[in-house]
Unconditional design. Structure first.
Length: 308
């Protein structure tokens, strides 16, 4: 049987809702967050298929069912793990319910609770990864050049970076003509805008994934932090999921995110007592820390992307 047919049959089987679920997955399958939810679900199922697991899974649409209703009707004494929800208000609702079984929430909130672990691709994690790279490169002062019109897309990241890096960040209106060994430039804009800037410094030049466009070359010397699975071929399940339904890079990140959600689910299901784990996943280095799923180097393992 081809991988495609096997994956389709598995999707049908998983969505047909068995009598009970070992793993209950709460994702938006309709409404404004449906596309994100579907990408995460595809990544989750692809990784599940590749693992050969026999655990029974039920998917529930959080857009059509309240968290209270899901917990009352879908969580049974045989449910071993809950994955999701995705929306922050729904995670807050889960925390208020004080679940007795482990919950792997797929976003982060300010509140913490026993049995609720939080996993996300947050702007804070992007800022932590970039700050680690800046320290490694010996950058003490950072100039920031931002594309007009992208402020809303980059503001949260910039605020998080200021908190991580410190106050020695200066907003500029044009590229500095010369950088000292301890100075760097962060570009906050899209690929077309970056190309219009002309010649870039040969070192200590940084960007976010916003500047990286699929199929376009990366300027020599540019460094950025992103999900490693998008740039290497070691994750066959992610490659197959992409072949089945190609996605742009933003949603490819969610495929990888869903795949790692299953990898972590396996850890929860296989371990007894106090759960502890660390591994290099599709989204970077992941470790379980106290009550949070903490990713201090979620993308730092693949932070130096330099074109040849």
């Amino acid at each position: 049987m081809s991988y495609k047919k096997y994956w389709l049959l598995l999707c049908l089987a998983a969505c047909m809702s068995p009598a009970y679920a070992d793993v209950l997955v709460i994702l938006p399958e309709s409404g404004t967050m449906a596309r994100a939810g579907q990408s995460i679900k595809r990544g989750f199922l692809s990784a599940y298929t590749a693992s050969g697991s026999k655990e029974k899974i039920i998917f529930v649409d959080s857009a059509k069912n309240s968290i209270d209703s899901i917990f009352k009707k879908k969580v049974t004494n045989k449910t071993r793990l809950i994955v999701g929800p995705l929306a922050r208000p729904e995670i807050e609702n889960v925390i208020q319910l004080s679940p007795k079984i482990p919950v792997l929430a797929l976003n982060d909130v300010n509140t913490q609770a026993a049995n609720v672990w939080q996993y996300s691709l947050a702007k804070q994690d992007d800022a932590v990864a970039l700050n680690q790279l800046l320290k490694k490169d010996g950058v003490k002062k950072l100039f920031v050049l931002r594309q007009t019109g992208t402020e809303s897309a980059t503001e949260l990241f910039l605020v998080a970076l200021v908190a991580e890096f410190g106050s020695d960040i200066e907003m500029v209106n044009q590229l500095p003509k010369k950088l000292s060994r301890k100075e760097g430039v962060l570009l906050l804009g899209d690929h077309q805008w970056m190309e219009q800037l002309g010649s870039l410094p040969e070192k200590n030049i940084y960007a976010t994934p916003l500047s990286i466009e699929q199929g376009q070359p990366i300027p020599i010397g540019l460094s950025f932090c992103d999900v490693p699975a998008l740039y290497n071929g070691q994750w066959a399940d992610l490659i197959e999921a992409y072949k089945e339904q190609p996605e742009n890079m933003a949603f490819q990140r969610l495929l990888a995110f869903g795949g790692d959600a299953w990898s972590m689910s396996q850890q929860f299901l296989e371990q007894t007592g106090q759960v502890q784990f660390s591994f290099v996943g599709r989204t970077g280095a992941i470790e379980l820390k106290e009550a949070l799923l903490h990713k201090p180097s979620i993308k730092s393992l693949f932070s130096n992307i330099i074109s040849k």
